[in-house]
Write a protein that binds this ligand. Structure first.
Ligand SMILES: [Zn+2]
Length: 353
């Protein structure tokens, strides 16, 4: 996700903050004074601990987490992959709420020891309270909200894991996604009737998250049994290392290819010039600039016998529209987002007939 700043790196995971979160922090600080800003920072810490509950459990199953992003509506730990084993997904999904439960229990105990135990189930209405009491209340709400059975919330993952242990991953995901979308409708309807803008935003977030998860799983299943060599583009053009941006622009306009590998004299891949790289390069350097100065470099290379699933995950992780397929140091193909989409459409059409 763009528009986020890396603020720390903890146990191999980048901690990023979305710009909108910083805006929210600034807004609270100036409108509510430093106390409101500090409260938001403390909540930020609680959400981060919750996310590291997921990250720690995932690490136990050998799943790494490249980054975690903090958004105004919560955290998002992006696991490198989801475990296929429903039991593992269940444990990873539940580890976050378990951490939040512990945090809430600690705040509750602190308040009880100091003689002011709050009601166990706080009300939704924001009534002013002490610092710790407010933290307690928000953590309880966070816990309950996260346990709603709707993707991409933790409760939705728990539901999917339980369903897919019986019905298989595809049917389990489909049902869990439908449940999530129905719930999003109900929440959205309530939000509109009561003029709750933030809740409407959350409903929208749940609705799109549920649909996205169902698509991701179908993609994975449709690509089963395929290797990179079966899906790569083999008919493509490359740019030599001495090519200018004008040469690249000519190639772009002449055909349908949008990403061009930049290769050295021996056929080794030096980088990839995407359409965005080209546009940015032309703006910064002009038509006479070198393609190699504008290209994306340090690319991940895909091996031809890599599985479809792995290739798609690496392509997504790279945030590039294409990656080179390299065999014995030589470029033999390209895997692009467009050709994956086409391939899946064909496979689905064939599978249905
Ligand atoms: Zn969570």
């Amino acid at each position: 996700m763009t528009w986020s700043l890396r603020i720390a790196r903890i146990a191999g995971t980048d901690v990023k903050v979305h710009v909108t979160f910083l805006l929210l922090l600034g807004f609270f600080w100036f409108s509510g004074g430093p106390a409101a800003g500090l409260l938001l920072l403390a909540l930020f810490g609680c959400v981060l601990l919750h996310e590291f509950g997921h990250i720690g459990m995932a690490a136990r199953f050998g799943v790494r987490t490249p980054d975690v992003i903090l958004l105004p509506i919560g955290g998002l730990a992006r696991l490198e992959r989801m475990p296929e084993e429903p039991k593992q997904e269940l444990l990873i999904a539940i580890a976050g709420p378990a951490v939040t439960l512990v945090i809430a229990a600690v705040f509750y105990a602190w308040l009880a020891v100091n003689g002011t135990p709050p009601p166990l189930l706080p009300s939704l209405r924001v009534d002013p309270g002490g610092f710790i009491e407010t933290l307690y209340r928000i953590n309880v709400l966070l816990l309950l909200f996260n346990l709603l059975p709707a993707f991409p919330l933790d409760g939705g993952r728990v539901l999917r894991a339980i369903l897919s242990a019986r019905l298989g991953l595809v049917r389990g995901t489909r049902i869990a996604a439908s449940v999530g979308q129905m719930l999003a409708f109900v929440i959205g309807f309530y939000a509109i009737m009561n003029g709750e803008l933030l809740l409407l935003l959350i409903a929208f977030f749940i609705f799109t998250g549920a649909g996205g998860e169902a698509t991701a799983v179908e993609t994975r299943i449709a690509g089963r049994g395929l290797a990179v060599r079966d899906m790569m583009v083999t008919d493509f053009r490359t740019l030599p290392i001495y090519a200018t941006l004008a040469d690249a622009a000519e190639l772009l306009v002449a055909g349908e290819q949008r990403e061009f590998p930049v290769v050295d004299n021996l056929g080794g891949v030096e980088g990839l010039l995407t359409r965005d790289d080209l546009v940015r390069g032309l703006a910064a350097r002009g038509a006479g600039g070198m393609a190699r100065d504008a290209m994306s470099s340090g690319l991940v290379h895909l091996a031809p016998d890599l599985t479809f699933d792995e290739a798609v995950q690496r392509l997504r992780a790279s945030r590039l529209p294409a990656l080179p397929v390299v065999d014995g140091g030589r470029l033999i193909g390209l895997v692009t987002l467009d050709n994956i989409t086409d391939l899946l459409l064909i496979r689905r059409a064939v599978g249905k007939s």
